[in-house]
Design a protein around this ligand. Structure first.
Ligand code: ZN
Length: 203
């Protein structure tokens, strides 16, 4: 294996293990990916950030074709569309961080810049956070809502679901998702009268 790929896999595994160990995501819900030589390396379906190893990655083409026989996370289209719309992004992390999820369940009056700027760090490290309308996880509705709203921000909150952040490499995406979670925590703790919304009970 070439040294560059080895380093990317090491960073990806470290970031995943670290997020899980500190309760920033749980179970098998999170996924991450990075680009290498024109291919997407994405956590395989059913993997857990807590036990992730370098062998847990599916390799897929930009068109979504599987190249190493491993089944990609079902949220692969979110990663593909992120790369497609933002050429500078080479790594993407999606988690269900507790405060990002809580903030995602709130009622919003706008769809861009949806986390208040109590500190400058989210803007400095990530930029504006856009809101993606609710779609069932892994569904065509979620994927098309994501694709249609990529112009709403630099990274995103998926309504009643979680967060997704891109960066020029794994560590930048990791710092970004950390900052989003911390900023969502501040926003939740300072919101004087939060109004939350449930998903449609038939979903
Ligand atoms: Zn998810």
């Amino acid at each position: 294996m070439d040294a560059v790929l080895e380093k990317k896999l090491m960073d990806a595994v470290w970031a995943a293990n670290s997020l899980f160990a500190r309760g920033k995501t749980s179970g098998s819900s999170a996924n991450l990916s990075f680009m290498h030589e024109g291919k997407i390396y994405i956590t395989a379906s059913g993997t857990c950030f807590g036990t992730l190893t370098p062998d847990d990655f599916a390799i897929v083409s930009l068109e979504g074709e599987c190249l190493n026989g491993k089944k990609a996370s079902k949220e692969l289209p979110l990663h593909r569309y992120y790369y497609e719309s933002k050429p500078s992004v080479e790594a993407v992390i999606h988690t269900h961080g507790p405060y990002a999820v809580l903030w995602s369940c709130r009622k919003f009056e706008k769809s861009t810049d949806i986390i208040p700027n109590y500190t400058p760090y989210l803007k400095m490290k990530v930029g504006k956070i856009g809101l993606i309308p609710y779609g069932k996880p892994g569904s065509p509705e979620l994927f098309s809502a994501f694709r249609e709203n990529l112009d709403k921000g630099d990274a995103y909150i998926l309504k009643n679901h979680g967060a997704i952040v891109g960066g020029k490499n794994i560590m930048e995406a990791f710092f970004g998702i950390e900052e989003l979670e911390e900023s969502a925590k501040l926003a939740c703790m300072t919101d004087p009268s939060p109004v939350y919304e449930l998903i449609n009970s038939s979903i």
